[in-house]
Design a binder for this molecule. Structure first.
Ligand code: CU
Length: 160
């Protein structure tokens, strides 16, 4: 026989996540292993540039590849020991179309790409956070310190 206590506990477990739902939290890490490397040879690794991402000296890694539509909080940590990094969020159509780029400045054209929000220019070891209302779709998270995007400092997030 199922006890009443057991039934109530089960009901609470089902209901509680809805009551407590405060959106998706994503832990974002900004990484580089660029110390002592000749970084000038490591360009061409931006989204849609078709480079070999395994060779990327910089990266953005996330705790989740997916988020639920609505409130999404990004807790960003710069794990670099020496470099300033940042995280910018922009919508994308697909993962093979390159973002608009300013060759002369070696960086993404943030205005044309559609900047939704950012944690800008974190010093080494520092953290920052950003909360956005997000609709379903695909988004890129990238660092726009000159050359970092082209050195592989981006990742994709899908909102469902
Ligand atoms: Cu960077």
């Amino acid at each position: 026989m199922t006890s009443l206590k057991g039934v109530c506990a089960a009901a609470l477990i089902v209901i509680a996540p809805n009551l407590a739902w405060a959106g998706t939290t994503i832990n974002v890490k900004l990484n580089d292993k660029a110390d002592g490397m000749d970084m000038s040879k490591m360009m061409g690794l931006g989204m849609g540039m078709h480079g070999d991402m395994k060779t990327a000296p910089m990266s953005i890694t996330t705790s989740n590849k997916f988020a639920v539509q609505g409130k999404v909080t990004f807790n960003v940590t710069n794990l670099s020991k020496t470099m300033i990094h940042e995280m910018i969020v922009a919508p994308i159509k697909d993962e093979s179309t390159a973002l608009p780029y300013v060759d002369a400045e070696n960086r993404v054209d943030e205005d044309k790409a559609g900047d939704l929000g950012e944690v800008s220019e974190l010093d080494p070891g520092k953290t920052g956070s950003l909360t956005l209302e997000m609709k379903p779709g695909k988004y890129i998270l990238y660092c726009n310190v000159p050359a970092h995007y082209a050195m592989g400092m981006w990742t994709i997030l899908e909102v469902k």
